[in-house]
Design a protein around this ligand. Structure first.
Ligand SMILES: Nc1ncnc2c1ncn2[C@@H]1O[C@H](COP(=O)(O)OP(=O)(O)OP(=O)(O)O)[C@@H](O)[C@H]1O
Ligand SMILES: [Mg+2]
Length: 469
């Protein structure tokens, strides 16, 4: 680790229920709202399930969660809290429930969610719940034991509301099946998925370690050699997933886990859909995390391919060596606008300890147009290895050819014709003589030719007649 302090961005949370429309300029109010919702969510550290009046001091965290999940507005909560102060044993939540401002159903749903985050009431047949590992913006992860094989596993549990959405459940199961087919030493292995009671769960390899995100926060930026070691393995993991037809869609430092022996593993393969939420169609939905989002991921009608992961991985490497996300911003919308419209600062300029080779690799990964990025994760691995061995990233530098620059300006799906190099003098001369040779002969010369033929023909005829006489 280097001493350079980490500067993690505040907007590195995943998108959830984000509307599809993503204007090229100017924030969309609905997107702004979704982004605010997105920024606000933090894993709660409260014990829920108790009657509100019994634990007033713990209601604050739950209140925050109610606000961040948009069950109530901050204004309504503030007003209820002020009112509660004027009442003996007054409790803001009870007031809101009594008023009808907060629906009992919503409150119960949230309370159940918080309970599930802590493993209370969680019963999954075949698994013993051993403890709580952590919570992301959308799900909770528990340590468990798979009883049949007597092995320790990690179990990701979704909030109840997901299980009510049949389309979501279908896709969750389908992606889980693909993820389970992946077999790579640097991918967190998927084991099982299912539904217990009314909660969907996903069982995976347990990683006794940390995440790249936590390492950056605790120790600062990675050195070039440290980053290259991790990046080569994770890029290889991505290549494997892409070959199997799976796009991650949420590559980021939080999803690169590190075992206690320092082996990096890509997590949440096939789970990017979790970051959207139930109740929406696949089409027109944005998956991913704003801080690392490929520009095309913000465009609802673009069909994503593996190059979206290459972009997010470039943004991840950027964060690892620079200490902050490529486009720091105070809102997710602003961040996405920058991914769409602003060129990333050269990593070598931002941190001169980074070689121009690695810097070029990051920039090619993060090209706005997918056609200007690495065509595959294998190409990325090749360049990363070249730099690790003290060489130059040949594919990245080839990437800046006239053809690829022309392709950047071409609309997506249209490849611009390669620009021809100017002709040499020899070529020009050859072309001139060829053109001369192709010129039609002047009419009078053609006529002269035919009169000559006729003349010679008549002469021969007359000679033959004379001889015959
Ligand atoms: N396979 C695993 N083994 C051990 N711990 C895990 C595993 N997967 C996740 N965790 C822990 O659970 C926490 C939550 O993970 P989760 O994937 O839900 O969210 P995240 O990726 O950290 O954040 P976000 O919701 O922003 O994507 C992680 O911080 C990690 O500590
Ligand atoms: Mg994760």
């Amino acid at each position: 680790m280097s001493d350079t302090p980490a500067n993690p961005s505040a907007s590195a949370e995943p998108l959830k229920n984000m509307p599809a429309s993503m204007p090229d300029a100017g924030p969309d109010p609905s997107l702004e709202a979704a982004a605010d919702r997105n920024n606000a969510v933090q894993p709660p550290s409260v014990t829920a399930g108790s009657p509100p009046a019994a634990e007033p001091q713990k209601m604050d965290a739950l209140s925050e969660l109610l606000i961040s999940r948009k069950y109530i507005t901050a204004e309504a909560m503030t007003a209820a809290m002020a009112k509660a102060k004027t009442m003996p044993k007054g409790n803001a939540i009870q007031i809101l429930l009594a008023e009808g401002t907060l629906k009992k159903q919503d409150y119960e749903t949230l309370r159940a969610d918080v309970q599930s985050r802590q493993g209370q009431n969680l019963r999954i047949p075949g698994y013993e719940i051993m403890g709580f590992l952590g919570a992301g913006a959308m799900a909770s992860v528990f340590k468990g034991r798979q009883q049949s094989l007597d092995r320790v596993v990690a179990i990701k549990v979704l909030p109840q509301k997901y299980s009510e959405d049949l389309e979501f459940v279908r896709r969750f199961a389908a992606e889980g099946k693909i993820a389970a087919k992946l077999n790579h030493p640097n991918i967190v292995q998927a084991y099982d998925e299912g539904i217990a009671g009314n909660q969907h769960f996903f069982v995976m390899e347990y990683i006794d370690g940390t995440t790249v995100h936590d390492v950056i926060n605790q120790h600062g930026v990675y050195t070039e050699q440290e980053v290259l070691k991790i990046a080569i393995l994770i890029a290889d993991a991505l290549a494997h997933a892409h070959h199997m037809g799976l796009i991650h869609r949420d590559v980021k430092p939080k999803n690169i886990m590190l075992t206690s022996r320092g082996v990096p593993k890509l997590a949440d393969m096939g789970l990017a859909m979790l970051n959207s939420g139930p109740g929406e169609e696949e089409k027109g939905k944005i998956y991913g995390t704003p801080a690392y989002l490929a520009p095309e991921q913000a465009k609802p009608d673009v069909v994503l391919d593996s190059r979206a992961d290459i972009y997010s991985f470039g943004a991840t490497i950027y964060h690892m060596v620079i200490g902050h996300v490529p486009f720091p911003a105070s809102t997710a919308v602003e961040m996405i606008q920058k991914h769409l419209n602003q060129e990333v600062e050269s990593p070598h300029k931002a941190n001169p300890n980074i070689s121009t080779g690695l810097s070029d690799i990051i920039e090619v990964c993060m090209a706005k147009s997918p056609s200007a990025r690495y065509a595959s994760a294998e190409d990325l691995v090749a360049d990363l290895k070249a730099v690790q061995n003290g060489g130059a990233p040949t594919i990245a530098r080839r990437g800046f050819s006239i053809e690829s620059i022309a392709a950047i300006d071409a609309p997506e799906g249209m490849v611009a014709p390669p620009k021809a190099a100017p002709p040499t003098i020899e070529e020009e001369a050859a072309a001139f003589f060829k053109a001369q040779a192709m010129q039609p002969k002047p009419l009078h010369r053609q006529k002269l030719f035919w009169w000559t033929v006729v003349g010679w023909g008549l002469a021969v005829l007359m000679m033959l007649v004379a001889i015959a006489k």
